[in-house]
Write a protein that binds this ligand. Structure first.
Ligand SMILES: Nc1ncnc2c1ncn2[C@@H]1O[C@H](COP(=O)(O)OP(=O)(O)OP(=O)(O)O)[C@@H](O)[C@H]1O
Length: 304
């Protein structure tokens, strides 16, 4: 019999309100060792609140948090536990005045099982700028340094909050590669992102958070499968109003001449489309992408 991988993180029924504003309303999820879990959600969904609660940076009103099988009490997190966690800071939280080398030195000094300064400079790709102050780095370089600093203690569980924010395409892809290498070496990773492609590329599972609740949880393929729709793209003379009136159409997007519809029953929609406009061209029917699944999942719950 195959043994179940140990849960590195287990949260159940977390509630947190700020005055009258509910930020978490029963959030529940579990994460296995070595997994990359992406937390997606619209602005204000509760992502930062959830991560802050897991790290013990804020107190919750009720619910349970288990890390590496240990129930956490209040905001206390033991030194031994914190030695196993890596957290990527936001740019504003770093010390602008310290040099890159000094930041690496400071961070690795916190940990017993540490990476050397040379290793951290290598991960950040900032060897030639080791003596530059943090404030003089570009936005992308700052992000890379913060990523490296999160790895200073060789964490077992790593929290990355929008790690590629503001990075150009090449830098983003390079960081994705580093995240994949960490996963391959057995590190468990919680990732929040607004880039759906990033979640699709990196995550084993995605948790969709909305209004403080996990409304969907599964692999990128499982989430897109929850939306039975297909994406139909074509060039047509029909107006938006005519297209929306076709059977089973859920969404419509128009880019100049091209129109893309999300349909719950692609065959019916295509048949009616061709009957209504015999001049349709460049017709393509594709599986729905994660972005449409995310929009539909969050729209459905909003309306409920
Ligand atoms: N310190 C605070 N005081 C009062 N309300 C707060 C505080 N922090 C968060 N909130 C509220 O709690 C809710 C969840 O916020 P949170 O920052 O966790 O969302 P988020 O998903 O991280 O959003 P974003 O994608 O915009 O970063 C929001 O309604 C927010 O206004």
């Amino acid at each position: 019999m195959q043994s179940q991988p140990q849960a590195v993180l287990q949260i159940s029924n977390l509630h947190k309100s700020y005055r009258n504003q509910a930020a978490l309303q029963g959030a529940t999820l579990q994460m296995a060792a070595g997994e990359v879990l992406a937390i997606l959600g619209p602005n204000g969904a509760g992502k930062t609140t959830l991560i802050s609660a897991i790290l013990g940076l804020i107190a919750t009103d009720s619910g349970e948090i288990n890390l590496f099988g240990q129930l956490q009490r209040g905001t206390k997190r033991s030194t031994a536990l914190r030695q196993r966690l890596g957290v990527m800071m936001q740019i504003g939280a770093a010390s602008a005045n310290l040099t890159v080398r000094e930041q690496c030195d400071l961070f690795s000094s916190y940990y017993r099982n540490r990476r050397t300064v040379a290793e951290l400079l290598d991960i950040a790709g900032l060897g030639s700028q080791a003596n530059s102050r943090f404030s003089s780095l570009s936005g992308g370089q700052k992000q890379r340094l913060l990523f490296a600093l999160a790895l200073a203690g060789k964490p077992d569980l790593l929290f990355l909050d929008e790690p590629t924010l503001g990075m150009d395409v090449q830098a983003r892809r390079a960081l994705w590669q580093q995240i994949r290498q960490l996963k391959a070496s057995g590190v468990s990773i919680v990732l929040t992102t607004h880039y759906l492609e990033e979640a699709e590329q990196l995550a084993d599972r995605i948790a969709v958070l909305q209004q403080g609740r996990i409304i969907a949880l599964g692999s990128p393929a499982e989430l897109t499968a929850q939306i039975s729709g297909k994406r139909i793209c074509c060039t047509t003379a029909l107006t938006d109003q005519q297209l929306r009136a076709l059977p089973a159409v859920l969404q419509l997007e128009r880019r100049q001449q091209q129109v893309c519809l999300v349909s719950q029953a692609a065959e019916q929609t295509v048949l009616a489309l061709l009957q209504a406009d015999a001049s349709v061209s460049a017709l393509e029917v594709k599986a729905v992408a994660l972005e449409q699944a995310f929009l539909q999942l969050t729209a459905k719950k909003e309306a409920a």
